[in-house]
Design a protein around this ligand. Structure first.
Ligand code: KG4
Ligand code: ZN
Length: 345
């Protein structure tokens, strides 16, 4: 079944990025991502607008990925797409495209769990960058998810801890909105935090049982603090923007690393990876490297392009599923809520 050289087209459309990638064996030949500026003024992703933008983007994005990879569509051996979790309307666009492409080209169709994609992005051959050794822990932090995942094998993963309310990316974005930034505000908090004093302001940190996370208390704590300060000084945010960004960012990163350290210690695992959009955060990247020194961890951080939503991670997951002949048929449908181990283990 497996050919010497395998080319997979990956498709990702779970939220507000339309992406297509070409994977040859385990190396990426192209990874095209079209973002959607249309949501900026609304302070969050508007599902209906996202689906419409995916519809406009999908064919040009796939075309660009094929051209950049310098292949022909007839060279593609399989198509892997994000089945879920995500926004249903957005997922349906990628799913329908993938089903049609598989049918027209008579190639296998592979339905990928988006969260597996974030983790398995670490196995894209990236200029021989070292890859995590099993078993490892992955802190998967995005706009929709915050999980500590135990990976025993490529397609054998277990969630050890998860958020009981907001995701870490949501915490960044909601705090950013309170500071007056457009959506998504996470990268802007990161940018403005660079020159700020991270110890200037203190915010509530949650006490959550087991290995789980919570960010809704932090959100409320920031909101009440800002409301109180603005009553006394209407320019408070403007005058303290950099310190506020640095303090909020440090609090979120503290919350994430505290739980990760606890899991790693209790499970005796020192191979540690981060994934998802928030793993692009410079404070998280810096601090986890300090943990590497302090706790003798081996830390794996994907390059920026493979942190936020992208089709390269879907294509590499497709490769592992192709090896096990885990194919979907034409009756497959998108799933907004997709259990972590659905259709894989
Ligand atoms: O993985 P992703 O691209 O999409 C989801 O699956 O959600 O993650 C997007 C999230 C957003 O909340 C965005 O604000 C956050 O990742 N993000 C960041 C940074 N870059 C992206 N948060 C903090 N610092 C960053 N540099
Ligand atoms: Zn994601």
């Amino acid at each position: 079944m497996r050919q010497k050289e395998t080319i997979i087209l990956g498709i990702e459309s779970s939220c507000d990025d339309t992406s297509a990638a070409i994977l040859k064996n385990d190396a990426i030949l192209s990874n095209i991502i079209a973002g959607q500026d249309v949501h900026k003024e609304y302070g969050g992703v508007v599902p209906e607008l996202a689906s419409r933008a995916h519809l406009q983007n999908i064919i040009p994005v796939v075309d660009a990925a094929i051209k950049k990879a310098k292949i022909k569509k007839e060279d593609i051996d399989a198509i892997a797409f994000t089945k879920g979790p995500g926004l249903l309307g957005s997922l349906i666009v990628g799913t329908s495209f993938a089903k049609t492409f598989a049918l027209a080209m008579d190639i296998p169709l592979i339905d990928v769990n988006h969260m597996y994609g974030h983790v398995l992005a670490h196995f894209i051959n990236d200029e021989n960058k070292p890859m995590p050794k099993m078993p490892f822990l992955c802190l998967t932090v995005s706009g929709g998810h915050t999980q500590i995942v135990l990976i025993k094998d490529y397609l054998d993963m277990k969630i050890i801890g998860t958020t009981i309310d907001d995701a870490a990316g949501e915490a960044f974005d909601k705090a950013a909105k309170m500071l007056g930034f457009p959506y998504p505000g996470g990268p802007l908090i990161d940018k403005f935090a660079k020159n700020g004093d991270a110890d200037k302001f203190q915010f509530a940190k949650p006490r959550v049982p087991d290995y789980n996370f919570s960010f809704s208390g932090l959100k409320t704590s920031i909101l009440y603090f800002l409301q109180k300060q603005e009553k006394e000084n209407p320019d408070f945010i403007k005058e303290n923007l950099e310190d506020l960004c640095a303090s909020i960012q440090k609090t979120i990163v503290d919350i994430l690393l505290k739980q990760l350290e606890k899991v790693a210690k209790n499970l005796g695992i020192k191979e540690i990876a981060i994934a998802g959009g928030v793993s692009a955060n410079s404070e998280l990247r810096k601090r986890i490297l300090e943990y590497q020194e302090k706790l003798d961890w081996q830390v794996y951080i994907p390059r920026f392009e493979y942190c936020t939503d992208n089709a390269a991670m879907i294509a590499i997951t497709g490769k592992f599923m192709l090896e096990k002949e885990l194919f979907a048929d034409q009756s497959i449908t998108a799933l907004a809520r997709m259990p972590f181990d659905a259709d894989i283990c």
